[in-house]
Design a binder for this molecule. Structure first.
Ligand code: AMP
Length: 172
């Protein structure tokens, strides 16, 4: 039986800006029983999709993504803010509440045909995950799943990810 991961998610009202309820997963990460069970639940969904790679973006995507990749026996690739990766990169730009942001991956991070699971902690509007999926597509990888710990269903992020196999462990 799985634990209810909601028990270790803390709501922080008005962070980082007024009106946003921030879902803080640090209590879950700090609890060995819940963290282990969370990674187990993510792996249970991802394993049948036979990923070669897990893609995570900084910073929380590195924590969950690294642990998931290890659990799956897959590799890990990092999507980073511009200017952080040392070699040749490709970039995707996505909309934020105000303005835009970009993520980069190394051009040689994905061999064509590689099976990739994209992982993030929270699915909000889906813009970030969409950008990551576009990077994988551009490099010829196969997005075999887009996975989240938390989904904020009222923001309808799944619609931005139409055509991809999307899953979340807990929904609000
Ligand atoms: P998205 O709108 O789906 O592109 O989400 C943007 C990024 O911000 C994702 O990496 C989420 O993890 C994070 N994020 C968005 N909304 C929240 C929230 N309410 N609580 C915690 N993280 C969030």
């Amino acid at each position: 039986m799985s634990l209810d991961l909601r028990d270790r998610v803390r709501d922080v009202p008005d962070f980082p800006t007024e009106g946003i309820v921030f879902k803080d997963l640090m209590p879950l990460l700090a609890d060995r029983v819940y963290f282990t069970d969370c990674i187990r639940q993510l792996a249970e969904w991802a394993l049948p999709r036979q990923p070669d790679l897990v893609l995570g973006a900084e910073a929380r995507g590195f924590i969950f993504g690294g642990a998931l990749a290890y659990e799956l026996g897959a590799g890990f690739i990092a999507a980073r803010k511009p200017g952080k990766l040392p070699r040749e990169t490709i970039e995707a730009t996505y909309a934020l509440e105000y303005g835009t942001d970009s993520l980069q991956v190394h051009r040689d991070a994905i061999t064509p045909g590689a099976r990739v699971v994209i992982l993030d902690d929270v699915l909000a509007t889906g813009g970030t995950a969409r950008a990551k999926a576009e990077l994988v597509d551009e490099l010829g990888g196969l997005v075999v799943g887009v996975l989240f710990v938390i989904e904020l269903t009222f923001l309808e992020g799944r619609e931005r990810l139409a055509g991809y196999d999307v899953h979340s462990l807990i929904q609000y």
